[in-house]
Design a binder for this molecule. Sequence first.
Ligand code: ADE
Length: 224
Amino acid sequence: MKIDIVTIFPEIAEAPLRSSIMGRAIDSGTVEINFHNLRDWTTDKHNKVDDIPYGGGPGMVMKPEPFFAAVEELKTEESKVLLMTPQGQPFRQATAERFAGLSHLIILCGHYEGVDHRVVDALVDEEISIGDYVLTNGTIAAAVLADAVIRLIPGVLGDERSAQEESFAGDGTRIEAPHYTRPPDFRGMEVPKVLLSGNHAAIDGWRHEKAEERTRRNRPDIVG
Ligand code: ADE
């Protein structure tokens, strides 16, 4: 898979995506990520990427020209063009699974008040939000999306089961049961006995019950 991230702060996406599991996915060639500076597609001497909004209002709006030049250069027939924006459709595990099956993502990152809407109308296939809150910078959201997608590519995680059995997998209606490791007694707080029993049917039953309990408490909105 190839991912092109287009932003005025490439270093914000590079830091998390060049480290740890993502860094290894890049180094092994499983994924190619290009971190582009949007200013490289400006043509004026000040490399201007924003301007005041028509109709008035606070803040600045990102100009269309550099985004058009970037997408025209990077896009192929295989590409899906995404715009990170708090006004987008919610990003879910199911969205990550859908994107993980694609061969090329171009991720445009907004900043300031927003992006000239002609970019959305003419270039963008999907506007994506990572949650109902506003970040200063869509680049942080792009790194979140890329991480969630890349870890689903076969070979990126050590243990493939981790991605199949985790929270939000499948129909997305359950989060995982609690996990424990050694020591079995920590400051008087004991690991549930069933997990030490070696009885796999009993452990599965306990995990199922705890997952449902935890979902009802923390995520009543997704209970099936
Ligand atoms: N840019 C600013 N806030 C965002 C969000 N919640 N999701 C995606 N991009 C954003």
